[in-house]
Design a binder for this molecule. Structure first.
Ligand code: TRP
Length: 452
Protein backbone atom coordinates (compact mmCIF):
# COMPACT_ATOMS: atom_id res chain seq x y z
CA UNK A 1 0.00 0.00 0.00
CA UNK A 2 1.19 3.50 -0.80
CA UNK A 3 1.85 5.95 1.99
CA UNK A 4 -1.16 8.16 2.50
CA UNK A 5 -0.25 11.78 3.09
CA UNK A 6 -3.09 14.08 4.14
CA UNK A 7 -3.34 17.72 5.07
CA UNK A 8 -6.08 20.30 5.51
CA UNK A 9 -6.12 24.02 4.91
CA UNK A 10 -8.52 26.13 6.96
CA UNK A 11 -10.53 28.38 4.65
CA UNK A 12 -10.74 31.57 6.60
CA UNK A 13 -8.20 33.78 4.88
CA UNK A 14 -6.40 34.75 1.71
CA UNK A 15 -3.19 32.79 1.05
CA UNK A 16 0.02 34.73 1.64
CA UNK A 17 3.68 34.12 0.85
CA UNK A 18 4.23 32.39 4.18
CA UNK A 19 1.51 29.81 3.38
CA UNK A 20 3.06 29.22 -0.01
CA UNK A 21 6.61 28.67 1.20
CA UNK A 22 5.69 26.88 4.43
CA UNK A 23 2.82 24.64 3.30
CA UNK A 24 1.61 24.81 -0.28
CA UNK A 25 4.89 24.42 -2.13
CA UNK A 26 6.29 21.57 0.02
CA UNK A 27 2.96 19.72 0.05
CA UNK A 28 2.69 19.82 -3.74
CA UNK A 29 6.27 18.60 -4.01
CA UNK A 30 5.51 15.74 -1.63
CA UNK A 31 2.46 14.78 -3.70
CA UNK A 32 4.72 14.15 -6.69
CA UNK A 33 6.77 11.52 -4.91
CA UNK A 34 6.44 7.88 -5.86
CA UNK A 35 4.38 5.56 -3.69
CA UNK A 36 2.48 8.45 -2.16
CA UNK A 37 -1.27 8.94 -2.25
CA UNK A 38 -1.92 12.55 -1.33
CA UNK A 39 -5.17 13.87 0.15
CA UNK A 40 -5.43 17.67 0.35
CA UNK A 41 -8.63 19.23 1.49
CA UNK A 42 -10.22 22.56 2.32
CA UNK A 43 -11.03 22.47 6.02
CA UNK A 44 -14.14 24.60 5.67
CA UNK A 45 -15.94 23.18 8.70
CA UNK A 46 -12.90 24.19 10.73
CA UNK A 47 -13.17 27.67 9.25
CA UNK A 48 -16.65 28.10 10.76
CA UNK A 49 -15.12 27.84 14.22
CA UNK A 50 -13.25 31.10 13.99
CA UNK A 51 -15.07 33.03 11.30
CA UNK A 52 -18.71 34.01 11.32
CA UNK A 53 -18.49 36.09 8.17
CA UNK A 54 -20.22 33.87 5.59
CA UNK A 55 -18.97 35.87 2.60
CA UNK A 56 -15.41 35.68 3.87
CA UNK A 57 -15.70 31.88 4.16
CA UNK A 58 -17.15 31.58 0.67
CA UNK A 59 -14.50 33.81 -0.84
CA UNK A 60 -11.69 32.05 1.00
CA UNK A 61 -12.76 28.59 -0.22
CA UNK A 62 -12.57 29.87 -3.77
CA UNK A 63 -9.24 31.66 -3.32
CA UNK A 64 -7.61 28.75 -1.57
CA UNK A 65 -8.81 26.19 -4.12
CA UNK A 66 -7.58 28.39 -6.97
CA UNK A 67 -4.27 28.94 -5.18
CA UNK A 68 -3.53 25.24 -4.77
CA UNK A 69 -4.47 24.45 -8.34
CA UNK A 70 -2.46 27.37 -9.72
CA UNK A 71 0.51 26.36 -7.56
CA UNK A 72 0.70 23.07 -9.40
CA UNK A 73 -1.58 20.65 -7.55
CA UNK A 74 -2.63 17.98 -10.03
CA UNK A 75 -6.20 16.93 -9.20
CA UNK A 76 -5.79 13.74 -11.24
CA UNK A 77 -3.00 12.69 -8.94
CA UNK A 78 -4.11 14.12 -5.61
CA UNK A 79 -7.51 13.63 -3.97
CA UNK A 80 -8.44 17.31 -3.60
CA UNK A 81 -11.77 17.98 -1.92
CA UNK A 82 -13.74 20.10 0.49
CA UNK A 83 -14.33 18.71 3.98
CA UNK A 84 -17.95 19.82 3.79
CA UNK A 85 -18.56 17.73 0.65
CA UNK A 86 -17.84 14.54 2.57
CA UNK A 87 -20.70 14.02 5.07
CA UNK A 88 -18.98 10.89 6.37
CA UNK A 89 -16.44 13.18 8.10
CA UNK A 90 -18.88 14.87 10.50
CA UNK A 91 -20.50 11.47 11.05
CA UNK A 92 -17.17 9.98 12.05
CA UNK A 93 -16.52 13.09 14.12
CA UNK A 94 -19.56 12.27 16.21
CA UNK A 95 -18.54 8.65 16.69
CA UNK A 96 -15.12 9.86 17.83
CA UNK A 97 -16.64 12.57 20.04
CA UNK A 98 -18.40 9.81 21.94
CA UNK A 99 -15.16 8.00 22.75
CA UNK A 100 -13.10 11.09 23.56
CA UNK A 101 -12.55 12.06 27.17
CA UNK A 102 -13.59 15.62 27.90
CA UNK A 103 -10.45 15.91 29.99
CA UNK A 104 -8.36 15.34 26.88
CA UNK A 105 -9.99 18.33 25.20
CA UNK A 106 -9.52 20.45 28.33
CA UNK A 107 -5.80 20.05 27.75
CA UNK A 108 -5.79 21.25 24.12
CA UNK A 109 -3.39 24.18 23.69
CA UNK A 110 -5.70 26.27 21.51
CA UNK A 111 -8.54 26.00 24.01
CA UNK A 112 -6.26 26.57 27.01
CA UNK A 113 -4.76 29.66 25.38
CA UNK A 114 -8.24 31.18 25.00
CA UNK A 115 -9.06 30.36 28.61
CA UNK A 116 -5.80 31.92 29.77
CA UNK A 117 -6.55 35.08 27.84
CA UNK A 118 -9.97 35.28 29.47
CA UNK A 119 -8.48 34.80 32.92
CA UNK A 120 -5.94 37.52 32.20
CA UNK A 121 -8.82 39.81 31.23
CA UNK A 122 -10.72 38.79 34.41
CA UNK A 123 -13.74 37.52 32.50
CA UNK A 124 -15.40 34.07 32.68
CA UNK A 125 -12.82 31.41 31.69
CA UNK A 126 -15.01 30.15 28.82
CA UNK A 127 -16.11 33.58 27.66
CA UNK A 128 -16.59 33.68 23.88
CA UNK A 129 -15.44 30.08 23.45
CA UNK A 130 -17.73 27.95 21.27
CA UNK A 131 -18.01 24.17 21.29
CA UNK A 132 -16.39 24.08 17.86
CA UNK A 133 -13.17 25.45 19.29
CA UNK A 134 -13.38 23.10 22.25
CA UNK A 135 -13.79 19.97 20.13
CA UNK A 136 -11.68 21.19 17.21
CA UNK A 137 -9.13 18.37 17.69
CA UNK A 138 -11.85 15.72 17.30
CA UNK A 139 -12.96 17.08 13.94
CA UNK A 140 -9.33 17.14 12.90
CA UNK A 141 -8.94 13.53 14.05
CA UNK A 142 -11.97 12.59 11.94
CA UNK A 143 -10.39 14.29 8.90
CA UNK A 144 -7.28 12.21 9.31
CA UNK A 145 -8.72 8.87 10.44
CA UNK A 146 -11.45 8.85 7.77
CA UNK A 147 -8.74 8.21 5.18
CA UNK A 148 -6.33 6.30 7.40
CA UNK A 149 -3.55 8.76 6.65
CA UNK A 150 -0.08 7.64 7.65
CA UNK A 151 1.58 11.03 7.45
CA UNK A 152 0.17 14.45 8.14
CA UNK A 153 2.33 17.44 7.20
CA UNK A 154 1.47 20.27 9.59
CA UNK A 155 2.99 23.23 11.36
CA UNK A 156 4.62 22.70 14.72
CA UNK A 157 1.61 24.23 16.46
CA UNK A 158 -0.44 21.22 15.32
CA UNK A 159 1.65 18.43 16.89
CA UNK A 160 -0.61 18.16 19.90
CA UNK A 161 -3.60 17.66 17.61
CA UNK A 162 -1.87 14.72 15.98
CA UNK A 163 -1.12 13.19 19.37
CA UNK A 164 -4.79 13.56 20.21
CA UNK A 165 -5.81 11.94 16.92
CA UNK A 166 -3.64 8.94 17.82
CA UNK A 167 -5.14 8.75 21.31
CA UNK A 168 -8.66 8.88 19.94
CA UNK A 169 -7.89 6.28 17.24
CA UNK A 170 -6.43 3.93 19.80
CA UNK A 171 -9.41 4.30 22.06
CA UNK A 172 -11.83 3.53 19.22
CA UNK A 173 -9.75 0.57 18.03
CA UNK A 174 -9.66 -0.75 21.57
CA UNK A 175 -13.39 -0.31 22.22
CA UNK A 176 -14.75 -1.59 18.94
CA UNK A 177 -11.94 -3.30 17.04
CA UNK A 178 -12.19 -6.78 18.62
CA UNK A 179 -8.61 -7.40 17.72
CA UNK A 180 -8.82 -5.54 14.43
CA UNK A 181 -7.50 -1.99 14.07
CA UNK A 182 -9.92 0.20 12.19
CA UNK A 183 -7.59 3.16 12.25
CA UNK A 184 -3.97 3.63 11.34
CA UNK A 185 -2.16 5.76 13.92
CA UNK A 186 -1.16 8.91 12.01
CA UNK A 187 2.16 10.68 12.35
CA UNK A 188 2.80 14.40 12.16
CA UNK A 189 5.42 15.46 9.64
CA UNK A 190 7.01 18.72 10.68
CA UNK A 191 9.28 19.92 7.91
CA UNK A 192 12.56 21.07 9.45
CA UNK A 193 14.07 22.35 6.23
CA UNK A 194 11.10 24.46 5.19
CA UNK A 195 11.49 28.13 5.93
CA UNK A 196 9.18 29.96 8.28
CA UNK A 197 8.92 33.28 6.54
CA UNK A 198 9.23 36.47 8.54
CA UNK A 199 6.47 38.98 7.92
CA UNK A 200 6.73 42.71 7.25
CA UNK A 201 7.65 43.41 10.88
CA UNK A 202 10.03 40.46 11.28
CA UNK A 203 7.68 38.29 13.35
CA UNK A 204 6.46 35.07 11.74
CA UNK A 205 4.34 35.93 8.69
CA UNK A 206 0.80 35.35 9.86
CA UNK A 207 -2.66 36.65 9.25
CA UNK A 208 -3.11 37.17 12.97
CA UNK A 209 -0.14 39.59 13.06
CA UNK A 210 -1.41 41.43 10.00
CA UNK A 211 2.10 41.38 8.56
CA UNK A 212 1.63 39.29 5.43
CA UNK A 213 2.69 39.64 1.82
CA UNK A 214 -0.17 38.54 -0.46
CA UNK A 215 0.53 35.55 -2.71
CA UNK A 216 -1.56 36.15 -5.84
CA UNK A 217 -4.33 38.55 -4.86
CA UNK A 218 -3.75 42.12 -5.98
CA UNK A 219 -1.31 41.15 -8.70
CA UNK A 220 2.33 42.18 -8.98
CA UNK A 221 1.43 45.70 -7.87
CA UNK A 222 0.23 44.51 -4.49
CA UNK A 223 3.38 42.42 -4.17
CA UNK A 224 5.59 45.48 -4.85
CA UNK A 225 3.74 47.80 -2.55
CA UNK A 226 3.75 45.28 0.30
CA UNK A 227 7.41 44.37 -0.11
CA UNK A 228 8.12 48.10 0.10
CA UNK A 229 6.78 47.98 3.67
CA UNK A 230 9.20 45.29 4.90
CA UNK A 231 11.03 46.79 7.85
CA UNK A 232 14.77 47.28 7.39
CA UNK A 233 17.46 49.03 9.41
CA UNK A 234 18.44 52.60 8.66
CA UNK A 235 21.67 51.89 6.81
CA UNK A 236 21.84 53.81 3.58
CA UNK A 237 23.12 52.79 0.14
CA UNK A 238 26.86 52.15 0.20
CA UNK A 239 26.89 51.01 3.83
CA UNK A 240 27.62 47.29 4.37
CA UNK A 241 24.60 45.30 5.57
CA UNK A 242 24.32 42.06 7.51
CA UNK A 243 22.16 39.75 5.39
CA UNK A 244 21.44 37.26 8.18
CA UNK A 245 19.88 39.99 10.28
CA UNK A 246 17.51 41.08 7.54
CA UNK A 247 13.96 39.73 6.94
CA UNK A 248 14.28 40.69 3.32
CA UNK A 249 17.16 38.29 2.89
CA UNK A 250 15.29 35.42 4.54
CA UNK A 251 12.38 35.89 2.15
CA UNK A 252 14.76 36.08 -0.82
CA UNK A 253 16.43 32.88 0.31
CA UNK A 254 13.10 31.03 0.32
CA UNK A 255 12.71 31.65 -3.41
CA UNK A 256 16.25 31.67 -4.76
CA UNK A 257 18.88 29.01 -5.47
CA UNK A 258 21.85 28.86 -3.13
CA UNK A 259 24.07 30.57 -5.72
CA UNK A 260 21.59 33.42 -6.12
CA UNK A 261 21.28 33.68 -2.37
CA UNK A 262 25.04 33.93 -1.92
CA UNK A 263 25.19 36.66 -4.52
CA UNK A 264 22.41 38.59 -2.80
CA UNK A 265 24.20 38.32 0.52
CA UNK A 266 27.44 39.61 -0.98
CA UNK A 267 25.67 42.50 -2.67
CA UNK A 268 24.20 43.52 0.71
CA UNK A 269 27.60 43.26 2.38
CA UNK A 270 29.00 45.43 -0.40
CA UNK A 271 26.43 48.12 0.32
CA UNK A 272 23.42 47.40 -1.95
CA UNK A 273 20.68 49.82 -0.90
CA UNK A 274 17.45 48.49 0.66
CA UNK A 275 15.46 49.91 -2.21
CA UNK A 276 17.47 47.92 -4.73
CA UNK A 277 17.31 44.84 -2.54
CA UNK A 278 13.52 45.10 -2.43
CA UNK A 279 13.38 45.42 -6.18
CA UNK A 280 15.57 42.31 -6.59
CA UNK A 281 13.38 40.43 -4.16
CA UNK A 282 10.23 41.32 -6.11
CA UNK A 283 11.82 40.25 -9.37
CA UNK A 284 12.87 36.92 -7.95
CA UNK A 285 9.44 36.24 -6.47
CA UNK A 286 7.79 37.26 -9.74
CA UNK A 287 9.93 34.81 -11.65
CA UNK A 288 8.41 31.93 -9.68
CA UNK A 289 4.94 33.29 -9.10
CA UNK A 290 4.19 35.32 -12.22
CA UNK A 291 3.12 32.38 -14.43
CA UNK A 292 1.22 30.83 -11.54
CA UNK A 293 -0.58 34.11 -10.94
CA UNK A 294 -1.84 34.01 -14.53
CA UNK A 295 -3.28 30.55 -13.87
CA UNK A 296 -4.74 31.80 -10.61
CA UNK A 297 -6.49 34.63 -12.34
CA UNK A 298 -8.00 32.45 -15.03
CA UNK A 299 -9.21 29.97 -12.40
CA UNK A 300 -10.73 32.77 -10.32
CA UNK A 301 -12.56 33.91 -13.43
CA UNK A 302 -13.98 30.42 -13.89
CA UNK A 303 -15.33 29.18 -10.55
CA UNK A 304 -17.47 26.56 -12.30
CA UNK A 305 -14.32 24.79 -13.34
CA UNK A 306 -13.07 24.78 -9.73
CA UNK A 307 -16.43 23.50 -8.53
CA UNK A 308 -16.20 20.60 -10.99
CA UNK A 309 -12.71 19.71 -9.84
CA UNK A 310 -13.78 19.75 -6.21
CA UNK A 311 -16.88 17.68 -6.91
CA UNK A 312 -14.76 15.10 -8.65
CA UNK A 313 -12.41 15.15 -5.65
CA UNK A 314 -15.35 14.61 -3.30
CA UNK A 315 -16.43 11.66 -5.41
CA UNK A 316 -12.98 10.10 -5.09
CA UNK A 317 -12.88 10.79 -1.36
CA UNK A 318 -16.33 9.34 -0.79
CA UNK A 319 -15.47 6.18 -2.72
CA UNK A 320 -13.22 5.52 0.27
CA UNK A 321 -15.26 7.16 3.02
CA UNK A 322 -18.68 5.64 2.26
CA UNK A 323 -17.79 1.95 2.61
CA UNK A 324 -15.51 2.73 5.56
CA UNK A 325 -18.21 4.56 7.50
CA UNK A 326 -20.54 1.63 6.82
CA UNK A 327 -18.03 -0.64 8.44
CA UNK A 328 -17.69 1.71 11.40
CA UNK A 329 -21.46 1.98 11.77
CA UNK A 330 -21.57 -1.81 11.97
CA UNK A 331 -18.82 -1.79 14.55
CA UNK A 332 -20.59 0.63 16.89
CA UNK A 333 -23.94 -1.10 16.46
CA UNK A 334 -25.66 1.24 14.02
CA UNK A 335 -26.68 -1.71 11.89
CA UNK A 336 -29.36 -1.94 9.27
CA UNK A 337 -32.22 -4.17 10.20
CA UNK A 338 -32.13 -5.51 6.65
CA UNK A 339 -28.67 -6.94 7.22
CA UNK A 340 -30.02 -9.04 10.03
CA UNK A 341 -33.03 -10.21 8.02
CA UNK A 342 -30.73 -11.11 5.16
CA UNK A 343 -28.49 -13.27 7.20
CA UNK A 344 -31.48 -15.05 8.68
CA UNK A 345 -32.68 -15.39 5.09
CA UNK A 346 -29.45 -17.11 4.32
CA UNK A 347 -29.93 -19.48 7.22
CA UNK A 348 -33.44 -20.22 6.09
CA UNK A 349 -32.27 -20.96 2.57
CA UNK A 350 -29.71 -23.32 4.02
CA UNK A 351 -32.32 -25.25 5.96
CA UNK A 352 -34.52 -25.46 2.90
CA UNK A 353 -36.68 -22.54 3.96
CA UNK A 354 -38.62 -20.40 1.54
CA UNK A 355 -36.82 -17.05 2.04
CA UNK A 356 -33.85 -16.77 -0.28
CA UNK A 357 -34.21 -19.00 -3.32
CA UNK A 358 -33.33 -19.94 -6.86
CA UNK A 359 -35.92 -19.18 -9.51
CA UNK A 360 -35.76 -20.70 -13.02
CA UNK A 361 -37.33 -18.92 -15.93
CA UNK A 362 -37.34 -18.61 -19.71
CA UNK A 363 -36.15 -15.31 -21.06
CA UNK A 364 -37.64 -13.34 -23.97
CA UNK A 365 -35.50 -15.25 -26.44
CA UNK A 366 -36.83 -18.55 -25.14
CA UNK A 367 -33.52 -19.44 -23.43
CA UNK A 368 -33.34 -20.99 -19.96
CA UNK A 369 -31.94 -19.01 -17.07
CA UNK A 370 -32.11 -18.84 -13.30
CA UNK A 371 -31.66 -16.13 -10.75
CA UNK A 372 -31.08 -16.04 -7.03
CA UNK A 373 -33.52 -13.97 -4.98
CA UNK A 374 -32.70 -12.67 -1.51
CA UNK A 375 -35.04 -12.76 1.47
CA UNK A 376 -36.21 -9.24 0.71
CA UNK A 377 -37.33 -10.38 -2.74
CA UNK A 378 -34.52 -8.54 -4.55
CA UNK A 379 -32.40 -10.30 -7.13
CA UNK A 380 -28.82 -11.02 -6.05
CA UNK A 381 -27.52 -12.58 -9.26
CA UNK A 382 -28.75 -14.00 -12.53
CA UNK A 383 -27.29 -16.72 -14.72
CA UNK A 384 -26.20 -16.80 -18.32
CA UNK A 385 -28.67 -18.21 -20.88
CA UNK A 386 -28.81 -21.95 -21.62
CA UNK A 387 -30.45 -23.52 -24.64
CA UNK A 388 -31.19 -26.68 -22.65
CA UNK A 389 -33.16 -26.51 -19.38
CA UNK A 390 -31.19 -29.52 -18.08
CA UNK A 391 -27.94 -27.58 -18.47
CA UNK A 392 -29.42 -24.69 -16.51
CA UNK A 393 -30.54 -27.09 -13.78
CA UNK A 394 -27.11 -28.70 -13.64
CA UNK A 395 -25.40 -25.33 -13.32
CA UNK A 396 -27.77 -24.38 -10.52
CA UNK A 397 -26.95 -27.57 -8.61
CA UNK A 398 -23.24 -27.14 -9.25
CA UNK A 399 -23.40 -23.66 -7.70
CA UNK A 400 -25.17 -25.03 -4.65
CA UNK A 401 -22.73 -27.86 -4.12
CA UNK A 402 -19.51 -26.14 -5.20
CA UNK A 403 -16.67 -24.47 -3.35
CA UNK A 404 -18.11 -20.99 -2.93
CA UNK A 405 -14.77 -19.21 -2.42
CA UNK A 406 -13.37 -20.78 -5.59
CA UNK A 407 -16.45 -19.80 -7.61
CA UNK A 408 -16.56 -16.20 -6.43
CA UNK A 409 -14.80 -13.41 -8.34
CA UNK A 410 -15.05 -9.80 -7.15
CA UNK A 411 -14.71 -7.02 -9.65
CA UNK A 412 -14.24 -3.39 -8.70
CA UNK A 413 -16.00 -2.29 -5.54
CA UNK A 414 -19.56 -3.17 -6.47
CA UNK A 415 -19.72 -6.24 -8.72
CA UNK A 416 -19.11 -9.95 -8.49
CA UNK A 417 -19.59 -13.05 -10.60
CA UNK A 418 -19.69 -16.81 -10.10
CA UNK A 419 -17.55 -19.10 -12.20
CA UNK A 420 -17.74 -22.84 -12.91
CA UNK A 421 -14.91 -24.60 -14.70
CA UNK A 422 -13.37 -21.36 -15.83
CA UNK A 423 -16.42 -19.68 -17.29
CA UNK A 424 -18.76 -17.17 -15.75
CA UNK A 425 -22.19 -18.66 -15.17
CA UNK A 426 -23.79 -15.87 -13.17
CA UNK A 427 -23.28 -12.13 -12.58
CA UNK A 428 -24.22 -10.30 -9.43
CA UNK A 429 -26.50 -7.30 -9.48
CA UNK A 430 -24.34 -4.19 -9.07
CA UNK A 431 -24.47 -3.01 -5.47
CA UNK A 432 -24.74 0.61 -4.36
CA UNK A 433 -21.78 0.29 -2.00
CA UNK A 434 -19.06 -2.19 -1.26
CA UNK A 435 -20.74 -2.75 2.11
CA UNK A 436 -23.94 -3.79 0.36
CA UNK A 437 -21.98 -6.12 -1.88
CA UNK A 438 -20.34 -7.62 1.20
CA UNK A 439 -23.77 -8.22 2.77
CA UNK A 440 -25.06 -9.91 -0.36
CA UNK A 441 -22.05 -12.14 -0.64
CA UNK A 442 -22.35 -13.05 2.99
CA UNK A 443 -25.96 -14.12 2.43
CA UNK A 444 -24.97 -16.09 -0.67
CA UNK A 445 -22.09 -17.79 1.04
CA UNK A 446 -24.40 -19.01 3.77
CA UNK A 447 -27.04 -20.11 1.27
CA UNK A 448 -24.71 -21.86 -1.18
CA UNK A 449 -22.18 -23.57 1.02
CA UNK A 450 -23.07 -27.20 1.70
CA UNK A 451 -24.91 -27.72 4.98
CA UNK A 452 -22.78 -29.32 7.65
N1 TRP B 1 -5.86 22.48 12.00
C1 TRP B 1 -5.12 22.65 10.78
C2 TRP B 1 -4.49 24.05 10.77
O1 TRP B 1 -5.02 24.95 11.35
C3 TRP B 1 -6.02 22.49 9.58
C4 TRP B 1 -6.56 21.11 9.53
C5 TRP B 1 -7.83 20.72 9.73
C6 TRP B 1 -5.78 19.96 9.29
N2 TRP B 1 -7.94 19.38 9.63
C7 TRP B 1 -6.71 18.87 9.35
C8 TRP B 1 -4.43 19.72 9.03
C9 TRP B 1 -6.27 17.56 9.17
C10 TRP B 1 -4.01 18.41 8.83
C11 TRP B 1 -4.94 17.34 8.90
O2 TRP B 1 -3.46 24.19 10.17
Amino acid sequence: MNTRVLTGITTSGTPHLGNYVGAIRPAIQASLEKNVDAFFFLADYHALIKCEDADRIARSRLEIAATWLASGLDPARVTFYRQSDVPEIPELCWMLTCVTAKGLMNRAHAYKASVDQNIAKSVEPDDGINMGLFSYPILMAADILMFNAHKVPVGRDQTQHLEMARDIAQRFNHLYGQGKDFFVLPEAVIAEDVATLPGLDGRKMSKSYNNTVPLFEGGSRALKSTVAKIVTDSRGPGEPKDAEASHLYLIYKAFASSAETAEFRQALAAGMGWGDAKQKLCERIEQELGPKRDDYESLMANPNRIEEILQEGARKARAIATPFIQELRQAVGLRTLITETKSSAAKQAKSGGKGARFVSFRDDAGQFRFRFIGMDGAEIFSSIAYADPKMAGAAMRALQGGDFEAMLTLSGELDFSLTLEGSIVASGVTSVSSAQRAERIEALRAALSPTE
